[in-house]
Design a protein around this ligand. Structure first.
Ligand code: 4NP
Length: 161
């Protein structure tokens, strides 16, 4: 657990770590920079699966991100494993499967959030996996992440007042 002088460590988690969680990491970091408190946080992302370890983001996710002035170039995929769970203060799961997988790996429930859990709308709380779908799915992921970035940051800030 971080004390007040260390950045709050936040890990965004999806399945492959080449589509949703890298974009979430980059969008939320950018939003924290714009709002002037990025020094409070350390953001990374990881997948529950191991297929893409070391790879860059999916080409379609790169293109969608670039269309919104976000460069995913520096991203390299990694996997979250049981022995790395203690390194994080917060886990932000993209969907309910990722959430349950994190709990199975030993993540504490009170430290594991769903990316869309702060939405008021009566909609499913998942950021849909765009990997096997068309281009439109990647833009939808961007919109959902962008819409939820501020409420996630507000929550994390409140939890560390
Ligand atoms: P992500 O998308 O979880 O948003 O990174 C996926 C990427 C790869 C695979 C599944 C989902 N895959 O099966 O390889």
């Amino acid at each position: 657990m971080s004390n007040q002088t260390e950045p709050i460590r936040v890990l965004f988690v999806c399945l492959g770590n080449i589509c949703r969680s890298p974009l979430a990491e980059f969008i939320v970091r950018q939003r924290a920079i714009e709002r002037g408190f990025s020094d409070r946080f350390h953001f990374e992302s990881a997948g529950t699966g191991d297929w893409h370890i070391g790879n860059g983001a999916d080409r379609r996710m790169h293109q969608t991100a670039a269309g919104h002035d976000i460069d995913l170039g520096p991203h390299r995929a990694s996997q979250i494993t049981r022995n790395r769970i203690d390194q994080w203060d917060w886990f932000i799961a993209m969907d309910r499967a990722n959430y349950n997988d994190l709990l199975s790996l030993g993540a504490k429930k009170e430290r594991t959030l769903l990316m869309r859990q702060f939405e008021n709308e009566d909609r499913p709380p998942d950021v849909p996996d765009p990997y096997y779908g068309g281009e439109q799915g990647f833009e939808e992921v961007f919109q959902l992440l962008s819409e939820n970035a501020d409420s996630l940051l507000d929550h994390l800030n409140r939890m560390h007042d």
